[in-house]
Design a protein around this ligand. Structure first.
Ligand code: NAD
Length: 484
């Protein structure tokens, strides 16, 4: 079945594209053509930004509505998303290879949860406060929407990563132009349908499918007030440079190379922890920014840890992403497959021991962008596979001696996004988690929570999404000093 769209969602209207270029979408599992959509061009972006600007500046429009009124639309949006959740999960699984069961755990619940979370925050968090003055009588501090937002989204968890920007931006009263990745555009159309069905007013949301160049055009557009970017560290640096030249506020959610620290008292029985361990280190075929892909193992239990992860990987079926049994699907694109495969070869070249997986295609998969889920042992933290983000199902087990050494190795990284600590002793785990230099850490598991800030330090980014911190990205404080 192929899904072909002829129009773009610009300013809340289904609009004919101004150019003829198209984006073809392929199944990651079968390499078959599964759909196509118009490739937006710079004129379409101009139109989207102009619509967003008009809607933002409308004196009776979205940005001037009460937060309660906007929150009602966000709640309806969540309901409309729920109605399409299974279709969205299926579209994502076909496009980027995310196993459908994983899509149901991530892309079904997170986006509507974020919409409802920010609807609730809009209703309950005051946008004005009066502060007693020191040199003035008092100051009225207002939290005003920042304006027109450009949101740039990657392909790996496309709906959740769109919604980490869209939901708080809408709650704050901003208008938004979203640029999805060319690899995952079909789900973006379902999102647009949900927005339209929820009654989002004209101009408030547009979607401009396209690649890097279109993203760069949008980021630097004179009509944009704020940029929210999720993607690679290289892409984030380019976006940051463009925003610096324009003094334009930007949040950057970038790559990671996090550590999963197994303390010497950790439970290693897969029946008890297998699912949590898998989610924290291997979910979505390794294509998640926060995964703990450097597994730090106490030397005394090194073999046990290696055996545990080997069993975890070997016990997870590889297959077509839309098959309910699949836990490892293909990589999202041929480019991504080649990149991951080359890292596996580099690991072998640099002397790491292949415990399971390795070069070549997994058995029985003669089409699709598959790599073999791979576990490397006897890895040193200085090697390429320990330092660079691979973004595939490839784990390295690194030995350490004592908790302090584990923290030292965990922190010896250019990145600082996620990570996890596994221990039977909560206070010991907490001490280690506190010492890890990272924006987020999990204890005996890892998943981001919509109510708590998520983001990275060092090369993993600038700023936080989720939680009240996520809303603050789309607000600017204005002080009105009063003298009487
Ligand atoms: P990418 O940087 O190649 O592309 C991400 C998005 O940015 C795409 O929409 C792309 O078209 C656009 N883009 C790229 N360069 C741009 C530029 N110069 N100007 C404007 N737009 C530009 O990343 P990717 O390969 O699609 O995604 C994978 C990366 O995303 C990984 O590094 C991963 O760690 C990271 N990621 C980070 C988070 C997080 O929250 N920190 C979450 C998911 C993914």
């Amino acid at each position: 079945m192929t899904t072909n769209h002829s129009r773009l969602f610009i300013g809340g209207q289904w609009t004919d594209p101004t150019g003829n270029e198209r984006i073809d979408v392929y199944s990651a599992s079968t390499e078959e053509l599964i759909g196509s959509v118009p490739h937006a061009n710079s004129t379409d972006v101009d139109n989207a930004v102009a619509a967003a600007r008009r809607a933002f500046e409308d004196p009776t429009g979205w940005s001037r509505w009460t937060p309660d009124r906007r929150a009602d639309v966000l709640d309806r949006f969540a309901d409309e998303y729920d109605k399409r959740a299974e279709a969205i999960c299926y579209a994502i699984a076909r496009q980027n290879g995310m196993p459908i069961t994983v899509a149901r755990q991530l892309e079904a619940p997170y986006p509507p949860a974020l919409l409802r979370y920010y609807a609730n925050l809009a209703r309950t968090q005051p946008t004005e406060e009066i502060r007693p003055g020191i040199f003035v009588s008092n100051t009225l501090v207002r939290r005003e929407p920042v304006g027109v937002v450009a949101a740039i989204v990657p392909w790996n968890v496309p709906q959740t990563l769109t919604m980490t920007k869209l939901a708080p931006a809408l709650a704050a009263g901003c208008t938004i132009v979203i640029k999805p990745s060319p690899e995952t555009v079909l789900d973006a159309y379902l999102l647009a349908e949900a927005a339209a069905a929820a009654g989002l007013p004209d101009g408030v949301m547009s979607i401009v499918p396209g690649g890097r160049e279109l993203g760069a055009y949008l980021v630097s557009h004179p009509g944009v007030d704020k940029v929210a970017f999720t993607g690679s560290t290289a892409g984030g640096k380019a976006v940051a440079q463009a925003c610096a030249a324009l003094l334009r506020p930007v949040t950057l959610e970038l790559g990671g190379k996090s550590a999963a620290i197994i303390l010497d008292d950790a439970e290693l029985n897969l029946a008890a922890i297998g699912q949590s361990l898998f989610t924290a280190t291997l979910a979505n075929n390794g294509q998640v920014c926060f995964l703990g892909t450097r597994v730090l193992a106490p030397r005394a239990r090194y073999k046990e840890v290696v055996d545990c992860f080997a069993a975890l990987i070997e016990g997870a079926p590889v297959g077509d992403a839309v098959d309910d049994k699949t836990l490892f699907g293909p990589m999202a694109s041929a480019t991504q497959r080649d990149r991951v495969a080359s890292y596996i070869d580099i690991g072998i070249r640099d002397g790491a021991r292949v415990v399971t997986g390795g070069s070549g295609r997994p058995e029985g998969q003669d089409r699709g962008w598959f790599v073999k889920p791979t576990l490397f042992a006897d890895v040193d933290n200085t090697t390429v596979i320990s330092r660079e983000e691979i973004f595939g199902p490839v784990l390295s087990v690194i030995a350490y001696d004592g908790d302090e050494d584990a923290v030292k190795i965990a922190n010896d990284s250019d990145y600082g996004l996620g990570g996890s600590v596994w221990s039977a002793d909560d206070s010991r785990a907490l001490a280690v988690a506190s010492a890890v230099q990272s924006g987020t850490v999990g204890i005996n598991g890892y998943i981001p929570d919509p109510g708590a800030p998520f983001g990275g330090i060092k090369a993993s980014g600038i700023g936080r999404e989720f939680g009240p911190e996520g809303l603050a990205n789309y607000q600017q404080a204005k002080s009105i000093y009063r003298f009487s």
